[in-house]
Design a protein around this ligand. Structure first.
Ligand code: NAD
Ligand code: UFG
Length: 332
């Protein structure tokens, strides 16, 4: 099976590329390098021993997209490419809608033209309403509260409509919870530009003295220690979820939606304390006000992915923290 990975040099795409290559899939990777680096192509070769074919193409550049599809003969696409910074999306909503939604429509048009009928799409837990009570099942109420989250919600709807119109077309929509961690080689991982918004990259930068201390956003939530609770999933487990989805795609019609999470919630202080335990007390923190828009407690019901995809996570919080630390150490 030949698979195109859009956004395949990014954090989740690169880890999925490794899993696919190691499981015998032929892959091409496309990315516009907006939030990634071409060095990752070499890193993938170092990890897998295989040279990956890379197309530096923007989803919005229809001529280049068309050319890639005309030559590629793909059986499936895993669609990671997109902008993902929640805060930036509230400042630049049109950029987010154009990149993520128009980009996806361009991709679907190419898939239609070249008769590529299988897609796996990177959606997010942020499509759920924070009024749901965890664990969140796939049929929980949807109500994204920022433009980034709405792009994910709208794309899910577009994919569903297209599946209805084209009976040959099949989609697996994966709603990721909070991916952290890095490949055991320490060669690929999450490396955001500027000051990180997300918890783990902030922690690893504090650990190496690049940032002074972590601000914990609120300790007055209705959670066991008062800090926010999330479902952290190791990125290598998450990558394996895409493999499970690809293996499933020939066995149903239309679309399927799955959460990819562990089913366990950890608080901000659980993460900081675990990180300090396995990586040597490097992270100081202070409690500050809540961050606007944050929910108290979000974690997945992983049952549907387990029952239908046979997907189960294998890696614990300690391993997530240690691998994140090792990646940051390698990239100092
Ligand atoms: P990432 O930014 O590391 O990877 C996305 C890649 O897409 C980047 O390499 C970027 O350069 C590329 N890209 C963006 N716009 C493009 C365009 N127009 N044309 C071509 N390439 C483009 O992000 P990630 O963490 O690997 O996330 C992958 C996907 O998963 C995204 O769609 C994201 O919204 C979704 N997601 C991520 C998280 C998370 O916490 N990391 C959670 C839920 C969902
Ligand atoms: N947090 C801090 N300090 C920080 C950063 C985060 O205390 O410096 C806290 C947050 O308040 C939250 C937890 O750590 O309680 C996790 O925050 P992240 O920013 O790492 O993750 P979010 O759950 O807010 O959101 C992430 C992605 C979204 C995605 C969602 C899926 O940013 O794009 O996970 O669940 F949709």
């Amino acid at each position: 099976m030949k698979v195109l990975l859009t956004g395949g040099l990014g954090y989740i795409g690169s880890h999925t590329a490794v899993e696919l290559i190691e499981n015998g899939f032929e892959i091409d990777v496309m990315d516009n390098l907006y939030n990634s680096s071409e060095d990752v192509v070499e890193k993938l070769k170092q990890i897998t021993g295989k040279q990956v074919k890379f197309h530096k193409i923007d989803l919005l550049d229809m001529d280049s997209m068309d050319k890639m599809f005309s030559e590629g003969k793909y059986d499936a696409v895993i669609h990671f490419a997109g902008l993902k910074a929640v805060g930036e999306s509230t400042q630049k909503p049109l950029m987010y809608y154009e990149n993520n939604i128009t980009g996806t429509i361009n991709l679907l048009k190419c898939m239609e033209k070249y008769n590529v009928n299988n897609i796996i799409f990177s959606s997010s837990a942020c499509v759920y309403s924070d009024k749901n009570v965890a664990p969140f099942t796939e049929d929980a109420i949807l109500n994204p509260i920022n433009p980034y989250g709405r792009t994910k919600y709208f794309i899910e709807e577009i994919i569903k409509d297209y599946c209805f119109a084209n009976k040959n077309f099949k989609a697996v929509i994966l709603r990721y919870f909070n991916p952290i961690g890095a490949h055991e080689s320490g060669l690929i991982g999450e490396n955001p530009n500027g000051i990180p918004n997300n918890l783990m990259p902030y922690i690893t930068r504090v650990a190496f003295g690049k940032l002074k201390e972590l601000s914990v956003f609120g300790n007055d939530y209705d959670t066991p220690d008062g800090t926010g609770v999330r479902d952290y999933i190791h990125v290598v487990d998450l990558a394996r979820g895409h493999l499970a989805a690809l293996n499933k795609i020939n066995s149903f019609e239309g679309y399927k939606i799955y959460n990819l999470g562990t089913g366990h919630g950890y608080s901000v202080l659980d993460v900081v304390n675990t990180f300090n335990k396995v990586c040597g007390n490097k992270v100081k923190y202070k409690i500050v006000d809540r961050r606007p828009g944050d929910a108290a407690c979000v974690f997945a019901s992983p049952e549907k992915a387990l029952n239908e995809l046979g997907f189960k996570t294998t890696k614990e919080l300690e391993e997530m923290c240690l691998s994140s630390y090792n990646f940051e150490k390698n990239n100092k």
